[in-house]
Design a binder for this molecule. Sequence first.
Ligand SMILES: C[S@@+](CC[C@H](N)C(=O)[O-])C[C@H]1O[C@@H](n2cnc3c(N)ncnc32)[C@H](O)[C@@H]1O
Length: 185
Amino acid sequence: MNADIKKWLEKGGELFLRKIGLKEEQTVLDFGSGVGHYTIPAAKIVGNKSKVYAFDKDKNVLSELEKTARRFNLKNIELINGDTKVSLEENSIDVVLCYDVVHYMKNRTSIYDEAYRVLKAGGFFSLYPKHHKDDYPLMELASLQLGTVIKEVEKSGFILKDKLSIECLHDDYYNECSILNFTLL
Ligand SMILES: C[S@@+](CC[C@H](N)C(=O)[O-])C[C@H]1O[C@@H](n2cnc3c(N)ncnc32)[C@H](O)[C@@H]1O
């Protein structure tokens, strides 16, 4: 494990998630969790009275995540393997994290609609749209500015509550990122 990932999993990730508004006992969906760089610190924050659902279409990353959860002795993570549609009840989640995922998707509305469906009133959707036009442009976000991404999310019934410029982990290194927190309209 490289030094940035180690630092992040030990403390940095928790500090970051507290800054974006995650609190004890909240229920979290980590949409496109990957190996769990956000799932692990989220599970530490919400504690054993609550749960973090790690959702990903790739079974291999979920098994990596399972090993890391065991190493940190975390028992409040539930893995869900699937593509876009999450097997969770509507109005069941306090916070949906969707970090470094939407650039893969042409039909991003399907992710925003799913986040909207599972969120409770009073919950929030936290999006890190890495790889837009002004942040290492790539794939489906390459030609879109952040303002355009905000507008497309708002079309699914959200309203932008906070826009934070903050250091976060991307893959295996720290970088400055724009985090968009949306609430339900
Ligand atoms: C670049 S990784 C980011 C992982 C993690 N969120 C992070 O920031 O460290 C993107 C992940 O999203 C998953 N993914 C992409 N599109 C998805 C979809 N439609 N449904 C479920 N998972 C998806 C991929 O399998 C991959 O593990």
